[in-house]
Ligand binder design. Structure first.
Ligand code: ZN
Length: 400
């Protein structure tokens, strides 16, 4: 058997499809707790994690991202989290790598180990302290022989540069993806400068994940591309946006919207939104195209179907999904059979079914970020008194 092609060769030759949102999907299924959003499920519920990898593989994902989001030791022991003590940082990351590899081997998938932003940085601690947390995860990724590393969900380019430096020591290809939009990072660095700094730090692929919808994300990527081209920096681009519409989000993205995280459902993108996203991303020159929170397997399948010509194949999951609603030709009712075509779904404006819902919300906009005292993290659980004080500043809870 020919050896597997690596990430960079695949990107040079064509398009690579990423996976979808693990913490969000597994939270809904009952295996991840919203709040800490840590991935101890790799040890507690390996079947659930394995099953989700399989769904994405069947939908067309070329990459199995090991479920190591927020699996730095400091996050696993933040605000009363007992996952570090119970399962250990090493145990959770190691199990994640094994599960991803197991499923990747069932197809032609690549395995990525992932780092994300840390409470250590958010608390204003040093580069050495922050990199110590990264190193614990990178060591496990190297031992498990992952195919590449992905530093994702960073909202400050400074912490991202530190993560890239830690990743590069492994000798593996490094993907760097920030959760920022067209307005740039949370310390006021423009999206253009973030891209240039990630590339200069040595990342092989740079871009954006999470926090914004596919189309806002692509606006950010357009700016990144222009800045990279102007600086003569040759790197590939990655997009892994939300599957929620966020036209009203500000700098801090969807976590600032009042519906985050338990009332976002009316904003979910359709599979047809994802066709448009995949096409626009490809046309912009993005070659690593995937998803983040809210992306389920059918969203990834839509990306794979839109890019079927470019990839020379359809995903296995298309067995149960004829292109452009073709399966509806088998429907019993004539008005539903009439919908068996591309034009119908491209012209549809779906309604929300909620008569008193507005199209947009007002973000919370507390305006604090790393360096602010209110963002200092701690190991102790949040107290009742702290909660009561926080609720006083909360508009929705006070009926405003
Ligand atoms: Zn996300």
């Amino acid at each position: 058997m020919a050896p597997k092609k690596g990430l960079l060769q695949r990107l040079d030759e064509g398009v690579v499809i990423g996976d979808g949102g693990f913490v969000f999907a597994l939270e809904k299924r009952g295996y991840v707790k919203a709040g800490p959003w840590t991935p101890e499920a790799t040890v507690q519920y390996p079947d659930a994690v394995r099953g989700l990898h399989r769904e994405f593989l069947r939908a067309g994902s070329d990459v199995m991202q090991a479920f190591t989001f927020y699996a730095s030791d400091d996050k696993l022991s933040n605000r009363g989290n007992e996952s570090s003590a119970k399962y250990t940082c090493r145990g959770i990351n190691d199990a994640a790598c094994r599960l991803a590899r197991e499923v990747a081997e069932e197809g032609d998938g690549l395995v990525a180990g992932g780092l994300s932003q840390t409470p250590t940085y958010l608390s204003g601690m040093s580069k050495a302290d922050t990199q110590k947390e990264f190193q614990k995860q990178v060591d496990v990724f190297v031992e498990n022989k992952v195919d590449f590393l992905i530093a994702e969900y960073f909202e400050h380019v400074e912490e991202m540069e530190w993560a890239i430096e830690s990743c590069l020591k492994s000798g593996l290809p490094v993907v760097a993806s920030m959760c920022i939009g067209p307005e740039g990072d949370l310390h006021g660095i423009t999206v253009e400068e973030c891209a240039v700094r990630m590339a200069k730090a040595g990342a092989h692929v740079v871009g954006i994940n999470c926090h914004f919808d596919p189309f806002v994300t692509l606006e950010g990527l357009k700016k990144m591309k222009a800045a990279l081209d102007a600086a003569g920096l040759k790197v590939h681009l990655i997009a892994q946006p939300l599957a929620f519409h966020t036209p009203d989000a500000q700098k801090q993205g969807f976590i600032d919207l009042p519906e985050f995280p338990f009332g976002l459902e009316p904003r979910i993108c359709t599979r047809w939104d994802m066709h448009r996203y995949a096409r626009e991303a490809y046309d912009l020159g993005v070659r690593y195209i995937g998803g983040c929170c809210g992306f389920e397997a059918y969203h990834i399948r839509a990306v794979a179907e839109e890019l079927a010509k470019e990839r020379g194949k359809l995903p296995a999951g298309s067995e149960k999904h004829e292109q452009w609603a073709g399966g509806l030709r088998m429907h019993t009712k004539p008005w539903v059979r009439a919908r068996a075509g591309r034009q119908y779904w491209e012209n549809l404006r779906p309604s929300s079914g909620r008569p008193f819902s507005a199209a947009m919300s007002k973000p919370d906009a507390w305006g604090v970020t790393a360096g602010d005292a209110s963002l200092k993290q701690k190991k102790d659980a949040t107290t009742e008194e702290e909660l009561t004080n926080l609720a006083k500043s909360c508009k929705v809870a006070n009926g405003k």
